[in-house]
Design a protein around this ligand. Structure first.
Ligand SMILES: [Zn+2]
Length: 312
């Protein structure tokens, strides 16, 4: 009975939790959301033509939103796609710039903490590097619509770096519960994300390289309308369906907000400035994502000035 009551209470809290507390507002076009910040940055940096999204419906409980656009063009596609990590990769941590849970009940030594940070960085950097390469190959091959969609999806993982900076789900919840910090809505973090996102987008033609870069620019500036991606096509390209239906419930009901998790927050948080420098350097990102493991990446990052104790 207690379990049933807890589940009922948790599920009724899901609308808030999934729609507003997971990362920068995930599903709507509200100010500070993934979609709004992406569109605003694309228009500011590239004067990309775009339309205003019109809300069609909101899925009960989970808060997933469906929009329509008067004319769906590249900037609309990229901003729309920037929401899909939160629905399709809800249960996987690295696309949200986060670290997997680890034991919090007693202090861990420096060697273990460093290994935790190295592993999380490796997953994130390989994710960013391999997807950028997939986008690069798509634009170079003339598959603009597909490459644009994948780039929009990947942009979420860049945006989330400025909310999460490597923290675990438990830390995410504990920061709100015990320190009143909502990492996804904190005005300073949203502002920093807007600035960094604009800079990253401005660097994208260079990151994508001499073949794909010009194709990306032409795609973004074109007035041509694009067919929106139905869910079946998104699922095929992402290689997975919407896991929020399972993992969203797990996050609300079974993720602890105990203050214990904050004990090692500073030890495992990422050196985001050095990481950002890597993400904006296409050749270095390629090289980093081909390294054989976390220790090799750690050495590579340290050679670029990464400080494993940066946030302490
Ligand atoms: Zn996210």
């Amino acid at each position: 009975m207690i379990r049933i009551a807890r589940i009922a209470a948790g599920v009724s809290a899901l609308t808030f939790a999934c729609a507003s507390a997971w990362s920068f507002e995930g599903f709507s076009d509200a100010p500070g959301s993934h979609m709004e910040t992406m569109k605003t940055a694309l228009v500011a940096v590239y004067r990309a033509p775009s339309s205003r999204p019109v809300l069609v419906k909101t899925m009960p409980v989970f808060g997933l939103k469906t929009y329509e656009w008067e004319a769906y063009r590249a900037a609309d596609l990229l901003s729309d796609a920037s929401r899909d990590i939160d629905s399709h990769f809800f249960g996987i941590l690295y696309p949200h710039a986060q670290t997997k849970s680890f034991p919090y009940s007693r202090p861990l030594d420096a060697v273990r903490l460093r290994a935790i940070e190295e592993e999380a960085l490796f997953d994130y950097v390989v994710h960013m590097g391999t997807w950028i390469d997939r986008v690069r190959r798509g634009f170079a091959a003339g598959d603009d619509r597909e490459a644009g969609y994948l780039l929009g999806v990947l942009a979420h993982s860049y945006q989330d770096l400025w909310a999460h900076r490597g923290i675990t789900n438990e830390m995410h919840k504990a920061l709100l519960a015990h320190e009143g910090i909502d990492v996804d809505r904190d005005s300073g973090r949203v502002l920093e994300m807007r600035e960094r996102l604009s800079a990253w987008l401005a660097d994208l033609p260079a990151i994508l390289g001499p073949e794909a870069g010009p194709a990306f620019l032409a795609f973004l500036r074109s007035d041509a309308e694009i067919a929106p991606f139905p869910e079946s096509e998104r699922k095929k390209l992402l290689g997975r369906g919407r896991d929020i239906f399972v993992h969203g419930i797990g996050f609300v009901l079974f993720t602890s907000s105990s203050v214990n998790s904050l004990r090692h927050r500073a030890d495992i948080e990422w050196d985001v400035d050095v990481l950002d420098g890597l993400l904006r350097d296409g050749e270095a990102l390629d090289a980093a994502s081909r390294l054989s493991g976390p220790a090799e990446l750690a050495a590579f990052l340290e050679a670029r000035g990464y400080d494993f104790r940066a946030s302490e």
